[in-house]
Design a protein around this ligand. Structure first.
Ligand code: FES
Ligand code: FES
Length: 150
């Protein structure tokens, strides 16, 4: 099948039911997206599909053919980081870092839809689990990226 990932059409010779996360990591060697639980519970595998955050461990690859898939690899570059990544650095969000690519993609989807989220909006959108407990810093960084005073 052909998938549109980070603006490029990519061919992957996989079973239609293979979860998108497996296609990204094991077939395309795009390992920025993480495996945590495999049951849509933790959010480590979050990517965006047509701008919406999805948990790629439970999304069959065939269901996203023709849609715009964006992964952490395309959020920013070292030369031109995304405002969220700059805010993540400024707020010193990552601890072990394992959950953070999923956190960033969920935050990117939130700000795309809602550039000035309230605390309640952030809490509703950011359901990713962080074993290091970075939740307060994640909220602060989202507000910083959105230009909201904290
Ligand atoms: S690995 Fe997909 S939600 Fe946890
Ligand atoms: S930074 Fe360690 S799991 Fe979130």
């Amino acid at each position: 099948m052909e998938l549109l990932i980070n603006g490029k059409t990519v061919s992957a010779d996989v079973e239609s039911e293979m979860p998108l996360l497996w296609v990204l990591r094991d077939v395309l060697n795009m390992t920025g997206t993480k495996f945590g639980c495999g049951i849509a519970a933790c959010g480590a595998c979050t990517v965006t599909v047509d701008g919406l955050a999805v948990r790629s461990c439970v999304v069959p690859a065939s269901s996203v053919v023709g849609k715009k898939i964006r992964t952490i690899e395309a959020l920013g570059t070292p030369e031109k980081i995304h405002p969220l990544q700059a805010a993540w650095i400024a707020e010193q969000v990552p601890q072990c870092g394992y959950c953070q690519s999923g956190m960033l993609m969920a935050a990117a989807a939130l700000l795309e839809k809602n550039p000035k989220p309230t605390d309640a909006d952030i809490d509703a959108a950011m359901t990713n689990i962080c074993r290091c407990g970075t939740y307060q810093r994640v909220r602060a960084a989202i507000k910083r990226a959105a230009g909201i005073k904290v």
